[in-house]
Design a binder for this molecule. Structure first.
Ligand SMILES: [Fe+2]
Length: 195
């Protein structure tokens, strides 16, 4: 793996100019997820089918900067989740573990109102933490993490993680998170998925 050095990087890799409203970082790689990319992750499948019959809205985007691939390097991404619901669940990310399980991640809220769902891989313990302006969430290693927009405006945030972290979507693609975040009386609530 090649480590990034001051000499090896040009100014575009050293200076990240970003637009939290547009969800863009100059020169970054962009990934978009539409509602059709999120089949199977919502509790209310009838509500999902009804929402899909109405169209295929953009649920979230992530733009990622990857200056180097050495063990000591960092990668970071700017995420934007749009407001929306499927049944009582909020628009949310697929969620993942890191392929290198020890890798932690720091999320920093920029705008909007969000929450993060954290799930301990070994014990299954689940926690819901707020994410928004003035609020950062530390995701330890061995912890599945998913982000949801629980407000009425776009939620934007930056996530910073080790370059070698990698993204493992497989666990939650096959069994989903143990808990869902649902709207109860206008506020997000953590609920066991099988209850
Ligand atoms: Fe992550």
């Amino acid at each position: 793996m090649s480590a990034a050095t001051l000499q090896s990087l040009d100014i575009n890799a050293l200076l990240g100019r970003f637009d939290p409203a547009a969800g863009t970082i100059e020169g970054a790689r962009r990934t978009e997820r539409r509602l059709s990319d999120l089949a199977g992750i919502f509790l209310d499948q009838a509500a999902y089918r009804a929402a899909r019959a109405d169209g295929d809205p953009l649920v979230y985007s992530v733009e990622v900067v990857e200056p180097g691939t050495g063990d000591g390097d960092l990668h970071y991404g700017l995420g934007v989740i749009h407001p929306g619901r499927v049944g009582r669940e909020y628009f949310m990310t697929k969620g993942h573990l890191h392929s290198w399980r020890e890798a932690a991640e720091l999320y920093i809220g920029l705008s909007g109102k969000g929450v993060m769902l954290l799930e301990d891989e070994a014990t299954g313990e689940s926690r819901m933490l707020p994410l928004g302006p003035g609020c950062a969430v530390y995701v330890p290693g061995h912890t599945g993490h998913r982000t949801a927009n629980v407000g009425e405006t776009p939620l934007s945030y930056i996530g910073i993680y080790p370059a070698r972290a990698g993204h493992d979507y497989g666990v939650y693609a096959s069994r989903n998170f143990r808990c869902a975040i649902i709207d109860e009386g206008g506020a997000p609530k953590l609920m066991r998925r099988n209850s």
